[in-house]
Design a protein. Structure first.
Length: 133
């Protein structure tokens, strides 16, 4: 049923293991995914434009202040992307039943708190490696 339709949703939201999703919930999440995709595409476009600007500025005698302005554009695009992702996670959480919310919180927390987004194996306080061996 609805649970079988979640393969493509799993990439951006760890919903596959959440039990008892209804067809209406799956439809809502699909809509949220579409909205998130549009937002992330816009953020990526802005980030890439700023990186291109930085590439030009690097060897053109740009001042530290000019470089800072370009880097701030890159940082804002990344911040906007992260905020869109957080809002998406919260929207998904909001349509789940209390039992599903508990499952979702565990899954999202495991993803957010268990992996270094840069791929490094930083030590996590009190729990060891971020990346399982």
């Amino acid at each position: 049923p609805a649970h079988a339709q979640l393969d493509e949703l799993h990439a951006a939201t760890p919903l596959q293991p959440v039990r008892g999703l209804t067809d209406a919930q799956v439809a809502d999440v699909r809509q949220f995914q579409s909205e998130l995709g549009d937002q992330l595409e816009d953020c990526c476009s802005k980030h890439c434009a700023a990186r291109e600007e930085m590439g030009t500025a690097l060897f053109s005698g740009a001042t530290d202040e000019q470089m800072r302005e370009v880097m701030e554009k890159m940082c804002k695009a990344r911040l906007d992307s992260d905020l869109a992702t957080v809002r998406h996670i919260q929207k998904v959480h909001g349509i789940l039943t209390p039992d599903q919310q508990k499952q979702y919180v565990e899954l999202v927390t495991a993803c957010v708190c268990a992996e270094c987004p840069s791929g490094f194996s930083h030590q996590k306080p009190e729990t060891g490696n971020l990346r399982p061996e």
